[in-house]
Structures are given as C-alpha cells and as structure tokens.
Design a protein around this ligand. Structure first.
Ligand code: ATP
Length: 210
C-alpha cells in the first residue's frame, strides 16, 4: 500500500529516522523540528521534509512534527511487531562477527540459523545461533526469505542459486561477487573494502581542507 509509494532512497532512510524518533519518544519528547532531525541524522532539512511528506507527516511551522505520529508510522511500515528471521551462510571471520552481533539494537530482525561447509563448525553455536552443515541447507531453510552471504566470492553464485531455488527473495551480499538473480529477488551488496576505499578517495579529493 503506502509502502510502494515511497521512493527507494526515502525507504532506505526509514530505519535511521525510526531509531532517532524512537529515542525521542523514550525521552518523552512530543515534537521535533526538521532542523533538529537534520542535525541528528545528517540528512538535509529539505530532504527530510520531502521524505516525511510521503509518510503523510506534514510539519507545522513553529511546531515541527508529532513524534507519536511518526513513531506509529515507522512501526507499522517497518513491521516492527514481527521478527523477520534471517539465515547466514559462511561462518568465517565476518560471519562470526554477525552471529555475535545479531542486530541486538534492532528487535525486528534476527539471524536464526547459520550454515558452513566446515564439518567442525556444523553442530556448534555462536551467539546462540545454531550452525548447520551447508549440505543441510535445503532441509533446514524452511520458510526463511532473507539470507546474509559471507562465503568466499567463488562460492557466492552457487549458494545463491540454492537459496533462490528454496524461495529466498532477499540477499544481503557481503562478498565482492556480482550475482546473477531472477528479477523477483532483491539483493543489496555491501563490499566493505570498496566502501573503505571510496571513503578514502572522497576524503582525498572532495573534503574541504581544515
Ligand atoms: P576464516 O578465518 O574462518 O577462514 P574468512 O572469513 O577469512 O574466515 P573465508 O574463506 O572468507 O574465510 O570463508 C568464510 C566462511 O565460509 C568459512 O567459514 C568457510 O568455511 C565458509 N565457506 C566456504 N565455502 C562455503 C560454501 N560453499 N558453503 C558454506 N560455507 C562455505
């Protein structure tokens, strides 16, 4: 419904807004200005005003936005009542860190199972998450829709094919592999070394000197 009308760039900022608005509500604040929001989430006020107009939240001059209204909207839109179960494939250094972290600050997503090809890792747990052998992927996946991929690059496509065949429709890909996927599958790539290099490049070339 309203979800489809929100542009993708706006949708990506929702969790950021949600976290901040939630904190305001915990502090007992009832309203917030776009300037305050802008400073806190580092998004310019014009973008905030445009984003919020998609949520049906129209700020009033001299009043700002109603915190409770926004909170309700974010809760409903981000389905925070419902926990989305996620699986993780590849319990190496990065995968292990995710299992220990397990999105503790965000109670709407949870890694419930992990898979690895190592027989030593299978049958153990990290951060309370059971690790299964990758051979058991098809039998253990059940109805889980979302997967985090932290396997080596060369393994990523084959694992992805298996995930998609079992009905996974969302993949968070931490490998540098560019994956081929059917259109109905949503993939987000996070290549940490590329992000770091790009940060350093922008610092060198675009940042104002002190
Ligand atoms: P480590 O130090 O444990 O090797 P790493 O992150 O440096 O961690 P990688 O070679 O990137 O190691 O592999 C990440 C994890 O993915 C390892 O635990 C490895 O056993 C696992 N892995 C590799 N291939 C597969 C596969 N086809 N299916 C499932 N897991 C796999």
């Amino acid at each position: 419904m309203s979800k489809q009308k929100i542009p993708q760039a706006t949708a990506k900022r929702l969790p950021l807004y949600y976290r901040f608005i939630n904190n305001l509500s915990i502090q007992g604040k009832t309203r917030v200005s776009s300037k305050e929001l802008s400073e806190a989430v580092k998004v310019d006020p014009a973008t905030i005003r445009r984003d919020f107009s998609y949520f049906g939240a129209l700020g009033k001059k001299g009043y700002g936005y109603n915190v409770e209204y926004l909170l309700e909207f974010f809760k409903n839109t981000l389905d925070h009542d419902e926990v989305t179960e996620v699986v993780l494939i590849g319990v190496g250094n990065l995968g292990t860190a995710f299992l220990n972290y397990n999105f503790m600050r965000n109670n709407s997503t949870k890694i419930v199972k992990a898979f690895d090809r190592s027989r030593k890792k299978a049958g153990t747990q990290i951060g309370g998450v059971p690790i299964y052998h990758i051979d058991d992927l098809e039998t253990e996946l059940n109805n889980i829709d979302v997967a985090i991929l932290t396997v080596p690059q060369a393994e990523a496509q084959e694992i992805t094919n298996r995930l998609v065949n079992k009905g996974v429709t969302g993949i968070l890909n931490f490998t540098p592999a560019r994956l081929t996927l059917p259109n109905h599958v949503r993939i987000h790539h996070i290549d940490l070394s590329v992000e770091l290099q790009s940060l350093i490049y922008f610092m060198k070339h675009y940042q104002d000197k002190k």
